[in-house]
Design a protein around this ligand. Structure first.
Ligand SMILES: [Fe+2]
Ligand SMILES: [Fe+2]
Length: 226
């Protein structure tokens, strides 16, 4: 998705909240923007979670010392009752799209653009793993829906570690400006991701959607703030 770029120059949390609200309110359904700030925009995310629930997706693109970027997408149709399966499956598509965008510029030989897109892809993947391991899987384990240390969640965590290993190698290739290294490791990673995501969507997300039905909104908000 090609995103229009917006800059919020203020460092004041309330001003960032106001401007983020206004950006979302001006977006057409299905459209998105890339927003840059110089301070952590998490308060603005919290504000949207409190006041505009079910209207948007928010994806971090950069979390630097003084440099933050995030994608803010207005959903096609407001979905206040979105399920864990819907939300997390959209996360899979988002990561796949970021990868495809990076691969395209890598094949064109644009080293700097590849490095920047790789770093957003890496952030998106690691955030997605955190949402699952720290919130979703933990909820399922704590409630005894699925066991700890064995069964589907143990397999998912093991596959995450495997994928994190490949992403780490890709990150080293990016440091060395080795775009060929990134894309050849990427081919391995994409296969791992595809196999993993099918299992997750069909088994883990499906079970979570069923067994956490009444607390779905709370669990989703916890994941989104990761
Ligand atoms: Fe996963
Ligand atoms: Fe996932």
């Amino acid at each position: 998705m090609k995103l229009e770029k917006k800059v919020i120059a203020s460092e004041d949390a309330n001003e960032i909240i106001e401007q983020t609200r206004s950006i979302l309110s001006q977006l057409k359904n299905g459209d998105g923007v890339e927003v840059s700030t110089t301070v952590d925009p998490t308060p603005a995310l919290q504000d949207l979670l409190d006041n505009n629930w079910g209207e948007f997706d928010w994806h971090p693109l950069e979390r630097g010392a003084n440099s933050y970027r995030f994608a803010l997408i207005k959903l096609d149709t407001p979905s206040p009752n979105m399920t864990i399966r819907e939300f997390m499956s959209r996360g899979h598509v988002w990561c796949d799209d970021l990868y495809a965008e990076m691969e395209a510029v890598a094949l064109e030989g644009d080293v700097e653009a590849t490095k920047q897109l790789f770093s957003s892809f890496e952030l998106a993947m690691l955030q997605h793993f955190d949402m699952e391991e720290n919130v979703l899987f933990a909820e399922l384990e704590n409630r005894g829906v699925l066991p700890t240390g064995m069964g589907p969640l143990a397999v998912m965590r093991m596959e995450h570690d495997q994928m994190k290993g490949v992403i780490h190698q890709m990150s080293q290739a990016a440091t060395n400006s080795d775009t060929n290294g990134i894309t050849s490791l990427g081919e391995t990673l994409i296969i791992l991701i595809q196999q993993h995501n099918v299992k997750e969507e069909d088994i883990v997300y499906a079970m979570a959607t069923q067994s956490l039905a009444t607390e779905q909104g709370i669990v989703l908000k916890k994941m989104m703030i990761q």
